[in-house]
Design a protein around this ligand. Sequence first.
Ligand code: DGL
Length: 278
Amino acid sequence: MMTRHSKHHGPIGIFDSGVGGLSVLREVHRQLPAEDLVYIADQAHVPYGNRSREEVFGFSAGIVRYLLKMQVKLVTIACNTASAVALTDLRAKYPSLLFVGMEPAVKPAAEETSTGVVGVLATPATFQGDLYASTVERFAKGVKILQDTCPGLVKQIEAGQISSQETREILQRALTPMLEEGVDEIVMGCSHYPFVIPLIKEIVGEGVEVIDPAPAVARQVERLLNEYDLRKGKQEKAEVSFYTTGKTERLDNLLQTLLGRESKSMGLNWVGENLRER
Ligand code: DGL
């Protein structure tokens, strides 16, 4: 493993239970176009949101071990659920590795709201985590927080259904009660959800802000690379590679649907607690 203090030009590792983290990869690539990126989608196990802490921690740790073998210089946990469950312990386990995690952007929403009502869409595991509880406790005093887990939404997005009637109905069920309570800020607390922001905007209309944390996550990646002098030279072309523990054709189709990207992804298998190339 490389230490924080060595000059190292490996890729940035980014992972999620599935394609949600692509909303973060898209921003990291936009803000840091020279950087090589390795994306791992654990589609054999998606969704993570209803799984036990032990399971999600085991998957996250296995992915990080694999990324370390690929000599990554920084790991972005592009998944609120995995961050809620595993970020603190992974930092303790790998003190010399740089991590960027995600948590629902309650703080900016609480600062911006004028109605005092904020909606948060995230998975059950994210809502149950200590990270979320402490964020709400610290930053949302006096603000009414409405939460919804949007059952079935991750599955719809994993199926590429970002504008279907069923997806719209899931969102309507979540958002209608929030609108009735006067919500004016809605936080995407799951990295899959930014892919349905156009649909969310159609439902909530003007005057309701929808917060996608991906740009802030990418800025944090950039800050850390600058701080540890880990930026790659601009002259070379960046390599962006995609891996899945599910079917590669499925991920390739989703890369096209969600990012408009023509890519051939590579397959990984879980062998016990570890990932192996197919
Ligand atoms: N994209 C993930 C998140 O940010 C996980 C969704 C899931 O697998 O349930 O929480």
